[in-house]
Design a protein around this ligand. Sequence first.
Ligand SMILES: Nc1ncnc2c1ncn2[C@@H]1O[C@H](COP(=O)(O)OP(=O)(O)O)[C@@H](O)[C@H]1O
Ligand SMILES: [Mg+2]
Length: 247
Amino acid sequence: MAETKDIIKLEDMVKIYDTGAIKVLGLNRINLSIKHGEFVAIMGHSGSGKSTLLNILGCLDRPTLGHYYLDGIDVAQMSGDELSRVRNQKIGFVFQSFNLISRMSIQKNVEVPMTYAKIKPDKRRKRAIELLEMVGLGERINHEPNELSGGQRQRVAIARALANKPPLILADEPTGNLDSQASIEIMELFAKLHKEGSTVVVVTHEDNIAAYTHRILTFKDGVLQSDRINEKPTPFGENVGLGDRKS
Ligand SMILES: Nc1ncnc2c1ncn2[C@@H]1O[C@H](COP(=O)(O)OP(=O)(O)O)[C@@H](O)[C@H]1O
Ligand SMILES: [Mg+2]
């Protein structure tokens, strides 16, 4: 049984992709614990298993072998419906390509996870607006994603990830499509969420992005190669300008 203070605990976790003709080893015997409130970076070259790990942590995929305890519950034992519910309540996922719904206002985009959680329309609207204000987009709630810059779209995606107040925020190369200023703003936002108590796990291959976090895991060829504490995380709150910038 996993200790309750671990929000994530992997035991000898293996992921094999079975494509029919060939089997690909995505991750090989990963043992890893992450406590509530940690701020962690996952690094490694392309193909090292970062996305495979994040998809499993986010309950978008399941381990082939071994265990994944999310908040003490063995995810491998859950049915598809249970898994969707857990994902909706416990996890906020942020993608490199934002994955917003086009031709829908950003306010409606942020409401989507709350609709699945059966939150009443009034409450949903209020919370979506609050979240968009929090990420500096309060003046643009009726805009559609294609009217916003990449950095702004990613802030919408973060607001959406936070909709159901999940304890765990996972982001797969969230700054991969952004310029350096927008990347800083996104990392400042994650640092703020971490400070407010969220557990945040960010995949990146950029050192200056990982530098914001407090712990850096490095993967190589599907194996956890190193796990180190970042003694001097980049200070935040200084570069921030989450105003309604044009760019
Ligand atoms: N859906 C899939 N089917 C088959 N192989 C996959 C699939 N997804 C990832 N892989 C393989 O698993 C390994 C790890 O990939 P991935 O987790 O995407 O790496 P990263 O995110 O670090 O670039 C790679 O060898 C990749 O080709
Ligand atoms: Mg990847």
